[in-house]
Design a protein around this ligand. Structure first.
Ligand code: MF3
Ligand code: CO
Length: 284
């Protein structure tokens, strides 16, 4: 552990000398570096991992219980109950005033949909369920798509391609590459399939807070953006639209993000730990 760099005292580093030496090599090339406090200690990683485990178990539980005819407030109730039964807290609840424990985003809703007793899951709907958990102060975050009843081929294809965008993003997020590489790879796959990538919302660092550095854009240029360094934990959560990438926020509730043209949107989200040899999906 390196406590002194050029005679200045730093708090004990939470990453190895080798990692710091590599970072310094890239610094000399003028690259944007991660603030060191977002490189996790082994202890923090264990805490984040435990939180992510409950978050994943929750998504598995929901996937067995989400049904046609159910309203989204019932999903909210299941999320609250499951999370608190496991000694954890749903991170969305009261987060910047968000009123529920989960985001449920149907069809043209891109993200941040608010569960409601008035909103019923109908055959043909595609719905993103986005869950985030706080366990012992550690945060986790992931989402999946669910297809209700008989879904059109076009909706199925959007859901599938969006899942591939996430997988391609994960495969691209390697240590000592750049966040722009991740965005570029996702964007290329979406656009090749005739879809667009939402620009106004991004993936994000997560672990000690719900949303922290870095910002993970799902579009961009290869070779740009922050250096990806072992010890980082962040989400990749592409929102892919069938039509325009433009979105707007529902003025009435101040949360629900919708596609501008009313066409479908899909999203899948996982949370990654960057390791010295690759990455680990924490939300599997
Ligand atoms: N879970 C979302 C994300 O993936 C954030 C939701 S914020 C909330 O980043 F307040 F709407 F819950
Ligand atoms: Co997220």
């Amino acid at each position: 552990m390196k406590n002194f760099i050029k005679g200045m005292r730093f708090t004990p580093a939470n990453y190895s000398d080798e990692v710091e030496q590599q970072i310094q090599k890239f610094r000399k090339q003028g690259m944007k570096l991660p603030p060191r406090h977002i490189l996790r200690t082994p202890e923090q990683i264990e805490g984040i991992r435990a939180s992510a485990k409950i978050n994943t178990a929750l998504l598995d539980y929901l996937s067995e219980n989400i049904r046609e005819g159910m309203n989204t407030a019932e999903i909210d109730r299941m999320v609250f109950q499951f999370t608190t039964d496991h000694g954890a807290i749903p991170a969305p609840l009261n987060y910047e005033g968000f009123p529920k424990s989960v985001c449920t985003s149907i069809n043209d809703v891109v993200c941040h949909g608010i569960p409601s007793t008035h909103e019923v899951l109908n055959s043909g709907d595609i719905v993103n369920v986005d869950v985030s958990t706080i366990l012992n102060g550690y945060f986790s975050d992931a989402s999946r798509m669910f297809m209700i009843g008989e879904v059109s081929d076009e909706a199925k294809r959007l859901v599938q391609v969006t899942k591939e965008c996430l997988e391609i993003g994960v495969a691209t997020a390697q240590p000592w590459t750049r966040l722009g590489d991740v965005g570029a790879a996702i964007q290329a796959h979406a656009e090749k399939n005739g879809y667009s990538v939402v620009r106004d919302l991004c993936g994000h660092g997560v672990g000690l807070k719900f949303h922290e550095e870095p910002e993970v854009a799902h579009f961009g240029r290869k070779g740009s953006g922050m250096l990806i360094v072992p010890g980082m934990t962040f989400t990749i959560e592409p929102m892919i639209n069938a039509g325009t990438y433009k979105v707007f926020i529902d003025e009435e509730d101040g949360w629900t993000v919708c596609t501008d043209d009313g066409k479908l949107s899909a999203q899948w989200e996982n949370m990654l730990l960057i390791t010295e040899t690759g990455n680990e999906i924490l939300t599997y």
